[in-house]
Ligand binder design. Structure first.
Ligand code: NAD
Ligand code: 0WE
Length: 263
């Protein structure tokens, strides 16, 4: 019996085999969950369909989280196959590329700020809202999102994404408070840096990975599978007492001050 046997999970944010959502899907599948997926656009459709097939799923739906109509349509369509969803994984973040390179004050724009917060934070509550409107969220459901240390500490070039993640983490707490009476849990995982598509455009990401591994207590970076393992726990009944929590899966990086001088 897997940790997630009998559970149905909707996973949002698979773009490649390196995606954190891919690592989560892999572990969820191994733990016995039934899976459904969304893809951002037609460019990603066939890829996501192929991944889904590998996890015995034919349930894939288009969803640009900037669109209320598309979010609504996901749950309308999913409702024809499942009468409820036990787990929703939100692994989506975006800011226009020009916001993530340079002096925060100089590069941040009103439009970039709005987009980053809309796609990276508002979309999480929008998904929960739509799932409830379609009566798809019942007791024991678990909602999960992915965040980053940049929500709390200044990290060079993370810029407006740091604010969007701070909003997302507050969103976790407000959603947990709003949905707790219905037995629905809401949590976040603050993952260490991982080389995914979302990271590939970032200047000096390789150097960041190296510095992160050097300073982290575990002396290495984390994998998408390790994030998947933590996600499985939070989504499972083993975490029935946990809500409103942000759990670090970062090799302990967040606890360090200035790290060790040499090693
Ligand atoms: P990724 O590029 O593999 O995934 C990002 C996903 O967001 C993609 O599937 C993309 O299609 C989706 N997306 C972007 N805009 C969208 C939109 N408008 N509508 C629907 N989908 C949209 O990268 P990832 O690193 O796996 O990112 C997943 C989550 O993990 C993000 O929230 C990211 O901020 C977070 N995170 C990443 C790291 C890291 O270092 N990679 C660390 C901590 C947290
Ligand atoms: O949350 C993220 C990725 C966020 C992200 C990345 C991109 C690149 C492509 C959001 N929007 C975009 N828009 C694009 O056009 N991470 C935690 C990974 C990440 O991104 C960084 C990091 C880390 C770590 C950006 C700057 C500094 C560090």
């Amino acid at each position: 019996m897997g940790l997630l046997s009998g559970k149905r999970a909707l996973i949002i944010g698979v773009a490649s085999k390196h995606s954190i959502a891919h690592g989560i899907a892999e572990v969820f599948h191994k733990q016995g969950a039934e899976l459904a997926f969304t893809y951002q656009n037609e460019k990603l459709q066939s890829r996501v369909e192929k991944f889904a097939a590998g996890w015995d799923s034919t349930l894939t739906f288009p969803c640009d989280v900037a669109s209320d109509e598309q979010i609504d349509e996901v749950f309308r369509s999913l409702g024809k196959h499942w009468d409820n969803v036990d787990i929703i994984v939100h692994a989506v973040g975006y800011a226009p590329a020009n916001e993530l390179d340079g002096n925060y004050v100089d590069v941040t724009t009103r439009e970039g700020f709005a987009i980053a917060h809309d796609i990276s934070s508002y979309s999480f509550v929008a998904l929960a809202k739509a799932a409830r409107q379609h009566n798809m969220l019942k007791e024991n459901a678990s909602l999960l999102t992915l965040t980053y240390l940049g929500a709390e500490k200044v990290l060079q070039n993370y810029n407006v994404m740091g604010l969007a993640k701070a909003s997302l983490e507050a969103n976790v707490r407000y959603m947990a408070a709003a949905l707790g009476r219905d037995g629905i849990r809401v949590n976040g995982i603050s993952a260490g840096p991982i080389k995914t598509l979302a990271a590939s455009g970032i200047k000096s990401f390789r150097r960041m990975l190296a510095e992160n591994a050097r300073r982290a207590p575990l002396r290495r970076n984390v994998t998408t599978e390790e994030v998947g393992n933590a996600a499985s726990f939070l989504a499972s009944d083993m975490a029935s007492g946990v809500t409103g929590e942000i759990m670090y899966v970062d090799g302990g990086f967040n606890i360090t001050g200035m790290g060790e001088l040499e090693d």
